[in-house]
Design a protein around this ligand. Structure first.
Ligand SMILES: N[C@@H](CC(=O)c1ccccc1NC=O)C(=O)O
Length: 249
């Protein structure tokens, strides 16, 4: 299926048979990525007495319980409710699902004992583009991102000035291939989350942050159509499935 779409008065064609899936699948093993000091997610058959809900074990159906944490176990999308006292649900606040998006690649820079991304880098990568969503691929971009135990790794993070810059550019949806846009351990400051959602100004309830994506090398930097889908959890965050489509002009 192909569609003709118009973004900011520019006409493009999109081929829906060529999705570029940025989500990391959730698997029930230590091969699943994990952050925030949790154990692996668990997917296992319901057991009641001698009944094990697996066809391979005599049941007529496979019927699994799934235990996971959206923030810790893979690709997830969160709204401001992640850091506000009042509970806001991402399912209540993400109501449209197609966005103009720009994929950029950033190389972290040394900053004291940390690795960070700066406003200068973000400005250079974004140029004059003003998309609704920014998709950040960080280097190195090894497949280990799909199975890594991130706990205690002090991953690279966005300086607050980057989150302010994206907010001021009008970007509503920020996607990144790390467990958080903020420092792993920051005494609860979450400077970039607070800046992007503007918690000290006018709370941006329609803005989302998606973490733990994986952007394959084959997806080149540039402009795309983004389909950002979540599972309908009434929660601050939900597992999500961001999918890009090339824009053919
Ligand atoms: N950086 C925060 C911790 C933090 O962000 C966090 C801690 C536990 C579970 C999830 C967290 N953040 C993101 O989902 C801190 O050091 O207090």
């Amino acid at each position: 299926m192909r569609a003709k779409i118009t973004i900011n008065s520019q006409d493009y064609t999109v081929d829906f048979t060529k999705p570029l899936d940025l989500s990391i699948p959730i698997v029930s093993s230590a091969k699943n990525p994990v952050a925030w000091y949790l154990d692996a997610p668990n997917i296992e058959p319901v057991k009641v007495g001698k009944w094990v809900a697996a066809v391979a074990q005599g049941s007529v159906v496979n019927f699994n319980n799934v235990q996971f944490n959206p923030h810790a176990h893979g690709t997830h999308t969160e709204c401001a409710g992640h850091i506000t006292e009042k509970i806001y649900s991402v399912n209540e606040h993400l109501k449209t699902f197609m966005f103009s998006a720009e994929v950029i690649t950033l190389v972290p820079e040394s900053y004291a004992d940390d690795l960070v991304f700066t406003k200068k880098q973000a400005q250079k990568a974004l140029g004059a583009k003003r998309p609704e969503a920014i998709v950040i691929r960080t280097l190195p971009n090894t497949a280990s991102k799909k199975s890594r135990n991130w706990s205690h790794t002090n991953w690279p993070y966005l300086l607050e000035e980057v989150a302010v810059f994206f907010r001021e550019c009008g970007i509503k949806h920020l996607l990144i291939d790390l467990p958080s846009i903020d420092r792993e351990s920051d005494d609860g400051v979450l400077a970039s989350h607070n800046a992007f959602w503007d918690t000290k100004g006018k709370l941006r309830l329609d803005a989302t942050i998606t973490e733990m994506i994986f952007v394959p090398h084959t997806v080149k930097d540039g402009s795309y159509l983004l389909n950002l889908q979540i599972a309908s959890f009434e929660n601050d965050a939900s597992p999500s499935k961001p999918v890009l489509y090339a824009l053919e002009s």
